[in-house]
Design a protein around this ligand. Sequence first.
Ligand SMILES: [Zn+2]
Length: 264
Amino acid sequence: MKVWIMTDLEGVAGVFSFEEYTTPKGRWYDLSRKLLTQEVNAAIEGALESGADEILVVDGHGYTGINIEELNEEAKLLSGRPLLLPWELDKGFNAAFIVGQHAMAGVEKAHLSHTESHTAIQNVWINGIKVGEIAIVAAVAGYFNIPVVLVTGDKAACLEAKSFIPQVETVAVKEGITHGAAISITPTKARKMIREGARNALRKIAEVKPYKVETPIELKIEFTEESKSFAEVLSNRSYVEKIDTRTIKIRDDDLLSALKKWWL
Ligand SMILES: [Zn+2]
């Protein structure tokens, strides 16, 4: 069984702010990498216990969010940029995990929530439904008939995952009090829960439907006011429709093709 693991940093237990934890300039960045890598290891261990024999970990956060030296030796790591779609999901995986995930932009009590960029993007919609990174990853996996069976992150991310994939196994490792503050369980406890979650998730893989987006696709992206130049640049392309000064729309018959027109 082949398992693909997307990772992010803002939904990891013990990661508390963008500035100090999620960029290489932050004074706790090395700690964050360790915390993420160990949560990923817990997911790998659970997967191995349920029969996985090939595991690819994707460094979704960038800035080398995974420390390969500490990564479980049974996994391989996809890292570096650009990370082009579909992130190797076309290579015959049986299941996908999302580890360390945050909720989409604009959600109440969602710790460090954003959609792809917390500075550049205000909102994203696919076919009129507001989506975040969970639905986007699940849709790309679903395009290749791969179900997302496990999502770990803050409580809001877990609720969001369930709203798109009702059967998904989730592990909440913290709860947002405000956008910038959260109550986190300890990393040790989080790893135990994630290991168990991963084990359970693969055991019920047949119950989880791949997340499918209906075609044709209408992808709408609203940039933040400070980053509306992205909308101006994109709307100069023939396949992009300008909605207003900071919002664009892309229509396509194919999900992957639509996302590739947006992905820079
Ligand atoms: Zn993210």
